[in-house]
Design a protein around this ligand. Structure first.
Ligand code: NAD
Ligand code: ZN
Length: 426
């Protein structure tokens, strides 16, 4: 890159944050500060069954606001499920604010609803090109309060809404700074009811957010952007690094306990903090190969039904799909920055012995953890075989926005190698 053309600028964005046990009891007060009268609360049936959304709705009503609950967010939203939610909201509007109570699925649904009740057009107008038209919203959105009940996606901090575009058989997203929630209310008590399978998959999502943003291509390695070209994901940077490192240390002490002893409040609190911190990190730095691979792994599922998730459709949950190729992806990226890969392994497993070949360190730490918390043994265990690798690679190559954040360029052959070696991990 010619001198003077290298990037020198990084950016950082985050919502307001209220964190801690009982913080979800204050949402009515918080909304009253925005002068809100009518609120749409978005959740999914599984979360609704825990009673948390109803309690939040009653608490908001206590401040004299009208609250309507939409409890049909689809677990891992699709263009069809989002259109249904948007239709419901457009018919019942106007709304002064939105509250999402749930995991990434409910929060992303609320982001789409907020966008399409305040702006013209339809979903695909805003979905990233080439899947959609990649348009920017022209109007400001309404306040969105995001209340995560999983410890995973960090969607309460990010500018992204992820969706499955059914007709095109592809996962894609809408990404714009205006989608970022106004306020994140992270109440660890709401996460205690997550089943172990959800805790395990969502926790691997946290871990990969932290690891991928920590190992992402540094922001200084890009060509200098003009102000209108700046994107929320700017590559590894000092602020993102800080959040990612802390998230990894929190996972080291809480992840296994949260899966095996879900009633442990301290572990749940640390996991909630790790999810939020990793969201603040990757929400500004970006993620790369494991997330790019996750899209076709989730999208092409045939007959896998994970424990703890709705049983009506086959699915590979997001965090599980991300985890399955992570050990091999980090073996591949090791050479780009050996020191960071070793440091990550040490943060995640402070007492693990260093193997002779340091290239094995992070993959070994990850596989050991995944085995312990019940993540399937590779993409073979969720139904793929050697004959599927070519199609999976094709799907990964569609995620150029994510691959561009990888610290090493991954060719078609490199990706095929990673997927092939991920058929069975141990
Ligand atoms: N926007 C982002 O930045 C971002 C980042 C990563 C992933 N995602 C997306 O988020 C979605 C996944 O979200 P997720 O992993 O948080 O899970 P989820 O929202 O899909 O929920 C998983 C399951 O757990 C249940 N559940 C959630 N909280 C519960 C609780 N406290 N008690 C009992 N059951 C509970 C839900 O009903 C559901 O069945 C995917 O669509 C993924 O692509 C978004
Ligand atoms: Zn993720």
């Amino acid at each position: 890159m010619p001198l003077g053309r290298a990037e020198t600028v990084f950016t950082y964005g985050a919502p307001q944050l209220k964190f801690g046990a009982g913080s979800s009891d204050e949402i009515g007060y918080d909304l009253s500060q925005y002068g809100v009268r009518r609120v749409l609360l978005v959740t999914d049936p599984g979360v609704a069954a825990t009673g948390h959304p109803q309690r939040v709705a009653e608490q908001i009503s206590g401040f004299g606001m009208e609250v309507v609950v939409f409890d049909r967010a689809h677990v891992e939203p699709t263009d069809v499920s989002l259109a249904e939610a948007v239709g419901f909201a457009r018919d019942g509007g106007p709304w002064d604010a939105f509250v999402a109570v749930g995991g990434g699925s409910a929060i992303d649904t609320a982001k789409a609803v907020n966008l399409l009740t305040t702006n013209p057009g339809e979903l695909l107008d805003y979905v990233n090109a080439p899947v959609g038209k990649g348009a920017d919203p022209v109007n400001a959105l309404q306040p969105l309060v995001a209340v995560p009940t999983t410890t995973g996606t960090g969607s309460e901090s990010t500018t992204v809404c992820v969706l499955d575009v059914l007709e095109q058989h592809v996962k894609s997203g809408i990404s714009h700074p205006r989608l970022r929630p106004t306020l994140a209310v992270v109440d660890p008590l709401l996460t205690m009811t997550q089943p172990p399978g959800v805790t395990a998959a969502c926790g691997m999502d946290i871990l990969c957010h932290a690891l991928e943003s920590w190992t992402a291509r540094p922001y200084t390695s890009y060509e200098r952007k003009s102000p209108e070209q700046r994107v929320p994901y700017c590559g590894a940077n000092p602020v993102g690094d800080m959040w990612s490192e802390k998230a990894m240390s929190l996972l080291a002490t809480s992840f296994r306990t949260a899966v095996h002893h879900g009633e442990d409040e301290a572990a749940r609190e640390q996991m909630a903090m790790a999810a939020t911190f990793a969201g603040m990190g990757f929400g500004n730095a970006g993620v790369h190969i494991p997330h790019a691979n996750a899209y076709p792994i989730a999208g092409r599922v045939r007959d896998f039904h994970p424990d703890g998730y709705p049983d009506d459709e086959p699915m590979v949950p997001h965090g599980m799909a991300v985890a399955l190729t992570a050990p091999e992806a980090f073996r591949f990226t090791f050479g780009a920055d050996p020191e960071r890969h070793v440091r990550a392994a040490e943060l995640l497993a402070p007492v693990a012995d260093r193997p002779d070949d340091l290239r094995d360190f992070l993959p070994d730490v990850l596989a050991d953890l995944m085995r312990d918390i019940g993540i399937p043994n590779g993409i073979g265990a969720v139904g793929y075989d050697e004959g599927d690798v070519a199609d999976l690679v094709k799907g990964t190559l569609q995620q150029q926005r994510l691959l561009a954040t990888a610290p090493r360029e991954a060719s078609e052959d490199d990706l095929a190698g990673i997927l092939h070696r991920s058929l069975e991990l141990w």
